[in-house]
Design a protein around this ligand. Structure first.
Ligand SMILES: *Cc1c(COP(=O)(O)O)cnc(C)c1O
Length: 348
């Protein structure tokens, strides 16, 4: 066993609130947000709307709830949503699109899970009683299962132009939108301008303990407010949580560049290793998806052997691992993890 504390790369949700964040949370002004009386929640919602260039925003407990409310705002039973087969809304939200809204999902594949206009053209269902009605397109930026890649802004803009001219709504799963902002230099408002609703997570790389938001027009967020209550997402003195998210927006956005630089160090180690390779090509942000050579063993076996050497990663497929960089992992720890990963080799 390693004598160091484990280097935990399983997820960027594992971040712990910093001392400054805890102080901000402890000192937050609060009220009953279901009564609309929590000033800190209102402050967060105003800042988020401004950041995303939208009229309004709504604080919710999780990214899943933000996405599902976004979908529920646009679609009705008998409608259809189009997304990539690797989308979080489709794979990792418990089938909520069907269970909550009676909406069917049509998955269309694009390179690294990123839809493009070519794939979408001709896919709107005819206006005829036999069919579900194509209602919205959901993109994810950065795309988690697509290797944490940034969706090229030119493709997003083309898709959005096409969707708008065909009367479709656009929802962005922006759980890691700020990673895309830092990696691309394109502002959050510019990304968001191509969508009707946008979700953003404060509890991933931004490092807040709890919380996400949904942003959109005043009208969309008005409807979202009703849906949040119906889902049980109305929280009372939630300003304590919102204060953590505000702190994250003020202090933890620019530093995402460090996570991205650390991910490059891991990527080089993977490329150097005889038994591992990058699953989705070059790494662009803080997620490193890794393919395990069967000669090394299964992903689950590699997780166990890395753990014994003090590095925690996730097995997310029979031969697939994911390592995430985040604010609780230092450069020195990344260098140590890289050294260990670079030595993963076939048994022999
Ligand atoms: C984590 C994540 C979410 C939301 O997750 P919660 O755990 O519900 O906060 C949504 N989309 C993507 C791409 C994610 O990685």
């Amino acid at each position: 066993m390693s004598s160091h504390p484990p280097i935990d790369l399983r997820s960027d949700t594992l971040t712990l609130p910093t001392t400054g964040m805890r102080t901000a949370m402890a000192n937050a002004l609060v009220g009953d947000d279901v009564y609309g009386e929590d000033p800190t929640v209102k402050d967060l919602e105003t800042r988020t709307a401004k950041l995303l260039g939208k009229e309004a925003a709504l604080f919710v407990p999780s990214g899943t709830m933000a996405n599902q409310i976004g979908i529920g705002v646009h679609a009705r039973p008998g409608d259809e949503l189009i997304c990539a087969p690797t989308s979080h809304v489709y794979v990792w939200e418990g089938g909520a699109i069907a269970r909550l809204w009676g909406v069917t999902t049509r998955t269309l594949d694009g390179p690294e899970g990123r839809l493009c206009l070519k794939v979408l053209e001709g896919k709107i269902r005819p206006n005829d009683g036999h069919y579900v009605q194509t209602r919205l397109v959901c993109l994810e930026n950065t795309h988690n299962r697509g290797g944490g890649k940034v969706h090229p802004i030119a493709d997003v803009s083309e898709i959005s132009g096409w969707a708008r001219s065909n009367g479709l709504a656009m929802h962005l799963d922006g759980a890691r939108l700020m990673n895309a902002v830092v990696a691309s230099g394109v502002s959050a408002a510019e990304w968001a301008s191509h969508f009707d609703t946008v979700s953003i997570c404060f509890s991933k790389g931004l490092g807040a303990p709890v919380g996400s938001a949904l942003a959109g027009s005043s009208e969309a967020i008005g409807r979202a407010h009703r849906l949040r209550k119906f889902l049980g997402g109305g929280m009372r003195q939630a300003g304590i949580l919102a204060a953590g998210a505000i702190y994250a927006l003020d202090h933890h956005v620019d530093r995402l560049a460090e996570d991205h630089a650390n991910a490059q160090i891991l990527a080089k180690a993977i490329e150097a290793s005889p038994g591992l390779k990058l699953e989705s090509g070059p790494v662009e942000t803080n997620l490193v998806w890794i393919e395990v050579d069967p000669k090394v063993g299964t992903a689950a076996e590699v997780v166990i052997s890395l753990k014994a050497r003090g590095v925690l990663v996730s097995a997310l497929g029979p031969q697939v691992l994911r390592a995430c960089t985040h604010l609780n992992v230092s450069r020195a720890q990344i260098e140590r993890a890289a050294e260990i990963l670079s030595k993963v080799a076939p048994r022999g």
